[in-house]
Design a protein around this ligand. Structure first.
Ligand SMILES: [Zn+2]
Length: 147
């Protein structure tokens, strides 16, 4: 991972999952690269769901003060944890829980995301998220996530 990234951390929002009463954790993160606004991502995870899936919406593009959502695109990633590894799948952002989050920019379909020139950046962001999940301040998420 490049040392030039910085993540602005804030406390995760925890709530009871509407569907099962388990713990639901949501994160919003602002990411800087070389001191410039680079990306925003949302992550969410529910501890009580059998598929143990983490959802991630990564918005890349212009996040400067004068920017507009039309200058950004949003990648939807679904992440599963297995004993050996994380499996990251790109999927249709319009089907994500953040389908109405206009600020994140245009929602890419799975096919668009797979062929998008910034796909590598979106996956680089996932590597940042993975480090984020391991931070002590979010031990609750980490312990639920199991890594
Ligand atoms: Zn639930």
């Amino acid at each position: 991972m490049s040392g030039a990234y910085e993540i602005e951390f804030a406390e995760p929002a925890c709530s009871r999952c509407a569907c099962c009463g388990g713990l639901s954790v949501r994160l919003t993160r602002f990411v800087l690269r070389s001191q410039e606004a680079f990306a925003v991502y949302y992550a969410s995870y529910a501890n009580n769901h059998p598929d143990a899936e983490l959802s991630l919406l990564v918005s890349l593009g212009d996040w400067g003060d004068e920017s507009d959502p039309s200058q950004r695109v949003a990648f939807y990633c679904r992440v599963r944890s297995t004993d050996e590894a994380y499996e990251v799948m790109l999927d249709d952002a319009a089907d994500s829980e953040w389908a109405d989050a206009e600020i994140m920019g245009r929602k890419l379909s799975r096919q668009e995301a797979r062929t998008h020139p910034q796909k590598a950046d979106a996956l680089e962001l996932w590597r940042l998220v993975r480090g984020d999940l391991g931070r002590g301040g979010e031990s609750r998420l980490r312990s639920n996530w199991g890594r």
